[in-house]
Design a protein. Structure first.
Length: 661
């Protein structure tokens, strides 16, 4: 029985000779769950759960289809050797009633990581805007050979049971590099005017259609505004779409991607610093070029209502969901049966992107189970000997452990001094761009209550209080607090005049006045929350300076989030000083802060300083550990009270510990 709130979302749709069971397609997501061109167990689990979770189709991550592109973290389709693996993946998706589409992509000169992209090919020998990789310009013969190889690769996918492919021609990759006048300066038939720049893509579409025939879905991901001066803006994107539309009998659907391999990369993963689904209005305009082509809505579409609206207001025929299906593979099924409250919603933190770029495989702040078996309808193993577990703390570590252990059959009591749950994340959720984070602890709290966790909140629990509860196990999830930075002597620290970041943020959130003068934020944290506070400071002080002893800000953030953050900090006029630390706090009496270059030792100062705050390395709140152990209790620390780390580390650790109890 389908949820009457989303009649269109859960109606079937005919595409390329196939029928989608609903309108939700899993957008292409690199998982790094592939090794030596073969799927790992995690990839199998990942696809099975997303298919069983109800997506109508899954677009895979890019598949290696050419002799040139044999990246080991891609499935192998450049010859017949990988057919068994391709069949295995297609079968498991098809068995769950979903369709599999392989992504056709080559990064060309594009590179996210440090260093250059050795052996890269491209449209012209011009540097990648991020890595400055200069590719070898492809000859006409090489282009033709690649097109043939891709078409044969697609044929292999079809033989293996794939329902189609998506050609990734956006995101700054190779086909985008040919489409853009910024990166394509060729003077042969594959460059120059629109006709020349679209020729590679148009020939590829024709070759795949010739090779694969029907039924076979060919979808396009085209560049919209790529944010590169001289590149593709919305006018150029429209012109490209209009030229491709002349060939619409050969492909089946299109959608668009924003940003490029440039400072604009972050635009492909919009987050809570901007409006929700920011691209749908543009997509609605672009689809008017050829309304009969099935159109995909994409980009920060987070809940089923937004999906339904995009489908019914003329924007799109299908919706591509990327990050939301990483966080909850059962988003489609839960929406369909009216269990929207049970969805673990994507918070657009982009930790997923960071995890694949850092190379350890896809992970999610709000889903500690990505890639595990039966992730879509996870049921923990029930314990035979239920214990009474007392969890001290109210943050996400406490709540993740509480609902997970309660689901296993343990009796759980959560004791915490705050009357609200959420801990540090609650504060972050109140800061600019943080609003989504509330869904992390809202979900945990909902589940904890559903599984009858007892909450004793609003009173600081002493060791004796905890002992009196007669727990079998105590989990200390008491978080962390700001440490005292080395440049802050004891007198200044005791003065209370240099608040920590959390203290100043808490204070400023209760006020709305603006102070004349400069607030200096000394950054020894380098995570998102620090820059969210910086944005708040920029609303409350007329001048803001962030200083760090490192070479750049945001060292612990993904490239994507760093770009977005830098954009906002610069837009707000915040001054950024690197390689310096404070030295002379006494100068504050004259509204000056002395600073020293950490390499040369050169001294200088900042003027007009009316406030200083510090985001310093945190130290664990583990004071209860020793007294509780002295009572002979089994006590374990989790989250920041074990060691201050990221939200990802916290949810993952709390989940793992709760599963071991
Ligand atoms: C971790 C991660 C990996 C991605 N990998 C790809 C990819 O290989 N190919 C691609 O076309 N898009 C890729 N994307 C972009 C998504 O397909 C999608 O366009 C983007 O996430 C916006 O949709 P969303 O807001 O629903 O996540 C990736 C996104 C993320 C977060």
């Amino acid at each position: 029985m389908s949820n009457p709130r989303y009649p269109t979302l859960f109606s079937p749709f005919d595409l390329g000779g196939y029928t989608l069971r609903n309108r939700i397609i899993h957008a292409s997501i690199v998982t790094k769950y592939i090794a030596n061109n073969a799927p790992t167990e995690k990839l199998i689990n990942y696809y099975r759960s997303r298919a069983a979770g109800g997506a109508a189709a899954i677009v895979t991550e890019p598949i290696a289809m050419t002799a040139y592109n044999r990246i080991p973290t891609r499935l192998r389709a450049w010859d017949d050797v990988g057919m068994g693996n391709l069949r295995q993946v297609a079968d498991l998706v098809n068995t769950e009633g979903s369709l599999l589409l392989g992504q056709v992509q080559d990064s060309g000169r594009g590179r996210h990581g440090v260093g250059r992209n050795d052996g890269a090919v491209g449209a012209s020998a011009l540097p990648d805007d991020l890595s400055w990789t200069v590719p070898t310009a492809l000859s006409i013969g090489e282009i033709e050979a690649m097109i043939e190889a891709w078409a044969r690769g697609c044929r292999r996918l079809k033989n293996a049971g794939f329902a189609g492919v998506e050609i990734s021609a956006g995101h700054g990759h190779l086909f985008h590099q040919f489409l853009s006048p910024w990166s394509n300066r060729r003077d042969d038939e594959y460059g120059g005017d629109l006709e020349g720049r679209t020729r590679f893509l148009r020939s590829l579409i024709s070759a795949i259609r010739n090779e694969c025939g029907y039924p076979f879905i060919i979808g396009l991901k085209l560049p919209a505004d790529d944010g590169v001066v001289g590149g593709i803006d919305m006018n150029e994107a429209s012109a490209i779409a209009a030229r491709l539309a002349e060939q619409r009998s050969e492909f089946d659907s299109w959608t668009w991607a924003w940003g490029s391999h440039a400072r604009s990369l972050y635009k492909h993963l919009p987050d809570a610093h901007g409006e929700r689904h920011p691209y749908l209005a543009h997509i609605a305009e672009l689809r008017k070029i050829a309304p009969e082509v099935a159109t995909g809505g994409i980009g920060y579409i987070t809940d089923p209502n937004e999906c339904e609206t995009a489908l019914t207001n003329g924007t799109a025929d299908i919706v591509f969901l990327g990050r939301p299906l990483i966080t909850d593979p059962s988003f489609p099924n839960k929406s369909r049966v009216g269990r929207e409250a049970d969805i673990r919603y994507c918070v657009a933190c982009n930790t997923c992107w960071r995890s694949i770029i850092d190379g350890q495989g896809l992970e999610c702040d709000n889903n500690p189970r990505v890639g595990s078996p039966d992730e879509h309808e996870w049921q923990p193993i029930s314990v035979s000997n239920p214990k009474h577990i007392v969890i001290v703390g109210t943050g996400v570590a406490a709540l993740e452990a509480a609902h997970t252990a309660a689901r296993r059959g343990h009796r759980i009591t959560v004791a915490g001094d705050h009357s609200n749950v959420g801990g540090k994340t609650l504060l972050h959720a109140s800061l600019p761009g943080g609003e989504n984070l509330s869904s992390v602890y809202d979900y945990q709290y909902l589940m904890a209550n559903r599984y009858e966790v007892e909450f004793a909140l609003g009173r600081k629990a002493s060791a004796d209080d905890i002992v009196s509860l007669q727990p079998d196990v105590v989990l200390l999830a008491t978080g962390s607090r700001a440490g005292q930075p080395h440049w802050l002597d004891d007198d200044w620290a005791a003065s209370g005049l240099i608040p920590s970041l959390r203290e100043i943020a808490t204070d400023l959130l209760e006020r709305s006045d603006t102070t004349e003068g400069r607030c200096v934020l000394v950054d020894q944290d380098h995570t998102e929350m620090t820059y969210a506070v910086a944005e708040l400071l920029a609303r409350r002080f007329t001048k803001v300076t962030i200083m760090t002893s490192r070479e750049r800000l945001g060292h612990d953030m993904s490239l994507i989030n760093r770009q977005g953050s830098y954009q906002r900090l610069h837009d707000l006029g915040i001054e950024i000083l690197c390689n310096v630390e404070p030295v002379d706090l006494d100068a504050l009496e004259n509204a000056q802060l002395g600073i020293r270059n950490v390499y040369s030792g050169a001294l200088s100062h900042i003027d007009d300083v009316v406030a200083v705050t510090h985001a310093s390395s945190r130290i664990p709140n583990d004071e209860l550990l020793a007294p509780l152990q002295a009572h002979g209790l089994d006590v374990r620390t989790i989250g920041d009270s074990r060691a201050p780390r990221s939200l990802l580390a916290t949810t993952r650790e709390a989940y793992q510990v709760a599963n071991q109890l």
